[in-house]
Design a protein. Structure first.
Length: 407
């Protein structure tokens, strides 16, 4: 017995070292559940949101570890992602993998419902999300973003769930984000590609290893979670949707209250400008707040402008100036992410896709000019308005600043 006890002990030690080596490889990771993508271009690690979207994460983890209860027989007991490729690569967009056929049409033998969470968005590089062919067609394919891509979000800026059943609406379930290896994602995004955005030289996912840090992650039983929680997705999504709706309502009330408070100060200023304004032939009223000394753009020139849009009672409805929106309680983090708090590009042209009053106002300015413009409804959004923001037949006000003429 003693002759075999040592080999058994050594075998146990080797197995222990093998299973824990990946855990020890990244000692600086916080508690959580992670996926390590070992590729022929380098390694990436994604933190998985198993508490917010447990079914989607359980699906990915069970596939990676080879114990998914619903895969086709040919994949049972196999680590599904190992030796697959990133079969679709698009610079300034994303890299896509998880298809055993490498064609974009392969699947693991099942589909499952969408599981969205309003906190999880395609708001930065490195977002890990489910690829799909429409509503609730999730399987094994996933993608990792290279840049923010909010059009893929299931929720709009107000926290409302989009019409994801509409085939023309893109909704993808975010379930993690890269915490290590963004530069690897970037390098993969930039490989040479051929037809169908397929890399000319294969980008191989050699292994996907699951790393568990902390008791919650270690107790996450992916096959069990997938089977038990899958039937509850629809009910949970309804609860999340209602919670998001109520939260959005409360946030909007707070915004409206702060905007109304700021309007008490803003309206006398706007009224003062209006009292000094000249009326142009079109009906547009203008008062120069600051006179610039720069050149006046010609028709066809591309320019950048700062703008503040107000209702006649002094409430702000939109601006690309962060300080202005903050003052009126309308600061929007997504505008930061989309770089929308910066001078807006436009072309000085009667054919520009803007309201008539804005086009006329911008065309009248020199670089450095900052002016108040009162726009009667026929120069603004007219009888149609711009629901739900601008009511029909509404006069509006813009303060415009001509920043630069660009090439």
């Amino acid at each position: 017995m003693k002759l075999i006890s040592k080999p058994i002990h050594l075998l146990a030690l080797v197995l222990l070292m093998s299973s824990s080596s990946c855990q020890d490889k990244y000692p600086n990771l916080d508690d959580g559940l992670y996926a390590e993508f070992v590729t022929n271009k380098g390694n990436m690690i994604a933190k998985l949101e198993f508490e917010k979207v447990p079914v989607t994460v359980a699906n990915f983890v069970a596939l990676a570890e080879g114990n998914h209860p619903m895969v086709k027989d040919e994949y049972k007991g196999k680590k599904y992602f190992d030796s697959l490729t990133f079969h679709r690569v698009m610079d300034q967009f994303m890299i896509q993998g998880g298809d055993p056929t490498g064609t974009g049409s392969g699947d693991p033998g099942y589909r499952f419902e969408d599981e969205f969470h309003p906190d999880l968005r395609h708001s930065k590089p490195g977002i890990l999300s489910m690829a799909n062919g429409g509503a609730s067609t999730n399987g094994s394919q996933f993608f990792i973003t290279e840049v923010p891509y909010p059009s893929l979000d299931a929720y709009d800026q107000q926290g409302n769930l989009k019409d994801c059943d509409n085939p023309r609406v893109s909704c993808h379930a975010v379930f993690g984000e890269l915490v290590v290896g963004l530069e690897i994602q970037d390098s993969i995004s930039n490989v040479a590609t051929g037809p169908g955005n397929r890399p000319i030289e294969p980008v191989i996912i050699e292994h996907v290893n699951i790393i568990r840090k902390g008791s919650a992650a270690k107790n996450f039983n992916a096959p069990k979670v997938f089977e038990e929680e899958l039937p509850k997705i629809r009910e949970k999504q309804e609860a999340i949707r209602e919670e998001a709706r109520l939260k959005a309502e409360e946030e909007q009330k707070a915004i409206d209250a702060k905007n109304a408070e700021a309007a008490l100060t803003q309206k006398p200023i706007l009224d003062g400008y209006l009292s000094k304004a000249s009326t142009l032939a079109s009906g547009l009223k203008v008062h120069y707040i600051t006179k610039g000394t720069g050149a006046k753009p010609k028709t066809g020139d591309n320019v950048t402008v700062n703008y503040e849009g107000y209702f006649t009672d002094g409430r702000l409805f939109d601006s690309n100036v962060q300080a202005v929106e903050e003052r009126h309680g309308k600061f929007n983090q997504q505008k930061i992410e989309r770089q929308m708090y910066s001078p807006m590009p436009m072309q000085i042209s009667p054919d520009a896709r803007m309201i008539a009053g804005f086009k006329e106002a911008a065309a009248s300015l020199k670089v450095g000019d900052k002016a108040f413009f009162y726009m009667p409804s026929h120069l603004a959004y007219g009888e149609q308005g711009a629901p739900p923001l601008i009511a029909p037949n509404s006069d509006i006000i813009f303060i415009l600043e001509m920043v630069a003429i660009t090439e």
